[in-house]
Design a protein around this ligand. Structure first.
Ligand code: AHR
Length: 492
């Protein structure tokens, strides 16, 4: 019997709903086809945005959406994407497949997408190949109310009132595709660019500096040393790439060793957060500056026969497990991690939605976001579970990852992942300081490579968990191998 304690007397910080954020890039079939089909499309849409995709994203309460990249951001010139569509510049998407970017999805379309989803925009500016003036004018175009060259242009393009834009990123991966900069150089550039990002009217920008690649702790140190007072957040990117970037493995048809190897890569997130946060704590004891993991998820070989530059991959229970583990890790670091954006929302990498023509599939990862949405803006609770390692000697991971929160109505939610492919886990839990009245359980379970296809869209879906027993503040449940469970308690 595995012991699990949730200490309701020990309430911690609010789990920022933006931890459940997403990322949309002009990459492959993410924006075009996946989200935006155009105003003339036969696929049901509102102002060009696919209705099925928007409804699905509303279903998981997407709180924030990052755009336009990624690497694409540092080559994106926002003025190419405004005004009459027939006049918009056609450019080459040099990063992603060399395809023509016709700029039919630009600033107005992105803001319309966010309106339809009901989420906040997170716009990533171009520091790598754009100018200070260009970035500064984008903010003016978006947020200035009075008379000004950019606000006048926005009005001429049909948007009278300024939009509210809080989250603004100053470059992306500037240590790599965003300009191959050294941290000292980027820190100075960041300071310069952000100077000219103005707060117009009531709009208050939340300035996000480009952070480290995985375990480049020196990048975090240099940025914190030299630019702390000019930023609200610093980012981190980490993907689970079994085999490594130059030797990626397939998304389907993998063995148990590859399963545990992938999970081990994903679990590295915990160590990364602890170490980057430790550095941030040295320079920012009050934890004013957030750590934003604005790219995370799995990265495999593309599906056979698809464009290698489009990064289209299938999504299995292995990916659901990555999402479940990682979101539990983020919840437990909620004092510093205040946003995260899984890459990427539709048709790219660890997508929650796949599309093919007019058809749509919700991936196992989608269902994890559905199970976990109850944690959004709830208060993290202290919790502890006893766990052991599973997998092989080389690729061992913890068998259990969990987190617990209490929401405004006093309901407690617990999410538990059993990564073990062989053993079910019989868990005996205690909600210390809480008298439970009812409990309901929901679960995602399946073989490690179970996935949804356009032919079998419901092969992996959420089912009710019927074996949870409740006795005052104690509960007991059995979590099958390769499963993710959500428990919802009422009581006081
Ligand atoms: O998500 C794909 C790419 O990965 C992003 O464009 C980039 O920021 C990262 O290297």
């Amino acid at each position: 019997m595995i012991k699990y304690i949730v200490d309701v007397n020990h309430k911690k910080e609010i789990i920022n709903k933006n931890i459940y954020g997403h990322f949309s890039e002009h990459l492959g079939r993410c924006i075009y086809e996946g989200i935006y089909v155009g105003e003339e499309s036969g696929i049901p849409h509102v102002n060009g945005m696919r209705t099925d995709v928007v409804e699905a994203l509303k279903g998981i309460k997407v709180p924030v959406l990052r755009w336009p990249g990624g690497c694409f951001a540092d080559e994106y010139h926002w003025k190419d994407g405004i005004g009459p569509k027939e006049n918009r510049k056609k450019a080459i998407n040099t990063h992603w497949g060399g395809v023509i970017e016709d700029n039919s999805f630009g600033t107005h379309e992105f803001m319309e997408l966010c309106r339809q989803i009901g989420c906040e925009p997170y716009i990533n500016g171009n520091l790598g190949s754009g100018t200070v003036q260009e970035m500064s004018e984008w903010v003016e175009y978006l947020t200035h109310d009075g008379i000004s060259p950019m606000a006048d242009q926005r009005r001429a393009n049909g948007q009278d009132k300024p939009w509210e834009v809080k989250y603004f990123g100053v470059g992306n991966e500037n240590w790599g595709c965003g300009g191959n900069m050294r941290p000292e150089y980027y820190a100075d550039e960041y300071r310069r660019y952000q100077t000219y990002l103005r707060n117009y009217g009531n709009n208050k920008l939340y300035k996000i500096a480009c952070g480290a690649c995985v375990d480049d702790y020196n990048w975090t140190k240099v940025l914190m040393e030299s630019a702390t007072k000019f930023m609200d957040a610093l980012t981190l990117h980490h993907y689970a790439i079994p085999g490594g970037f130059d030797n990626k493995m397939p998304a389907l048809g993998f063995d148990e060793e590859a399963y545990y190897l992938t999970l081990k890569h994903a679990a590295f997130m915990e160590e990364l957060l602890d170490k980057h946060i430790h550095i941030m704590d040295t320079y920012d004891k009050d934890k004013r500056i957030a750590l934003i993991v604005d790219e995370w998820g799995s990265w495999y070989q593309v599906e056979p026969g698809t464009n290698p530059g489009f990064l289209y991959q299938q999504n299995t229970m292995r990916d659901a497990m990555i999402a479940g583990m990682t979101l539990n890790i983020f919840n437990k670091h909620a004092d510093r991690v205040r946003m995260a954006n899984i890459a990427q929302v539709v048709n790219v990498l660890q997508a929650v939605i796949l599309t093919e023509g007019a058809n749509i599939v919700l991936t196992p990862t989608y269902h994890v976001f559905d199970l976990y949405k109850v944690h959004q803006n709830a208060r993290l609770l202290e919790s502890f579970i006893s766990r052991t390692e599973v997998g092989s000697k080389e690729n061992a991971v913890w068998d259990l990852y969990e987190s617990a929160s209490i929401d405004e109505s006093g309901h407690i939610h617990v999410t538990i992942c059993n990564t073990d492919l062989k053993e079910e886990k019989v868990i005996e839990g205690i909600l210390r300081g809480y008298k439970s009245e009812t409990v309901k359980g929901r679960m995602l379970t399946g073989k490690m490579d179970a996935h949804n296809t356009f032919e079998h869209a419901d092969a992996v879906k959420i089912v009710n968990l019927t074996n949870v027993m409740l006795n005052k503040d104690a509960f007991q449940l059995t979590v099958p191998p390769c499963s993710i469970v959500q428990l919802a308690f009422t009581g006081a």
